[in-house]
Design a protein around this ligand. Sequence first.
Ligand code: GLU
Length: 288
Amino acid sequence: MRMRYTAFTALMASAALVLAACGGDDADEEAGDVEASEFEEGTTMAQLAEAGEITIGTKFDQPLFGLQAPSGEPVGFDIEIAKIIASELGIGSDGIEWRETTSANREEFLKGGQVDMVVATYTINDERKQEVDFAGPYYNAGQSILVLEDNDEIGGPEDLAGKDVCTVEGSTPAQNMRDNYPEANLDLTDTYSNCLEPLRQGQVDALTTDNVILSGFIDQNPDEFKLVGEPFTEEPYGVGVPKGDDEFRSFINDVLEESFDDGRWLEAWEKTAGEVLETPDTPEVDRY
Ligand code: GLU
């Protein structure tokens, strides 16, 4: 009896320490109540749960979705989605290593094992599926155009002919511009935030990428920029996983669907992108 009492006291003390270390009351910062043995031996889920650690690729410069806070920790909807998935592996915030991925290196990072998964405004498409696999989508965005507030020359992609347009190498918007609007002069860089100063200075006429990324920049820089026209592509955001890891992909699809149904997806949205953007319907997961 005495033994049990002591063990119980020790357990309570360590639980208090863990709570103090978390320093917050956010349920999503805590690991879900998951044992590695719940997963089939040899699967990615079992390995990650056993290690208690996961490395996740995300963007660090995109307000609302993935933005590095002064603390060094990223914040945004992608981050919350990633935390929901990690927590279902029994991994809390402390066990997540965030690695910055750019648009151009996501496939390489997944293939090279630098990251276990990528949650980074990452459009699911057939070309990328040759190299990696995707769970999701968990959100549907669309390509749009950002210009200075007082620009009244550009109203849509057809007005970009002969204009200097900044976007990011390795992104679907860059590819779409090459394929469908070849008369625009593309100015390519590696992160979207690199386009903001040239846009301010008039060195480029527009920045094009997904509407929600651009909305984040508008929110961050009030009265400077505006979106023009309607979104002109479909950009379903998926969670990138190494090619052929069907069990991991299927596990993530299950977690996403559960989060759509039990309110965690909505909660994640409302405390991040939802502070600025309208709440969308939950998308249909594509279990290809
Ligand atoms: N969603 C698009 C893509 O995956 C644009 C945003 C980005 O570059 O991350 O390429």
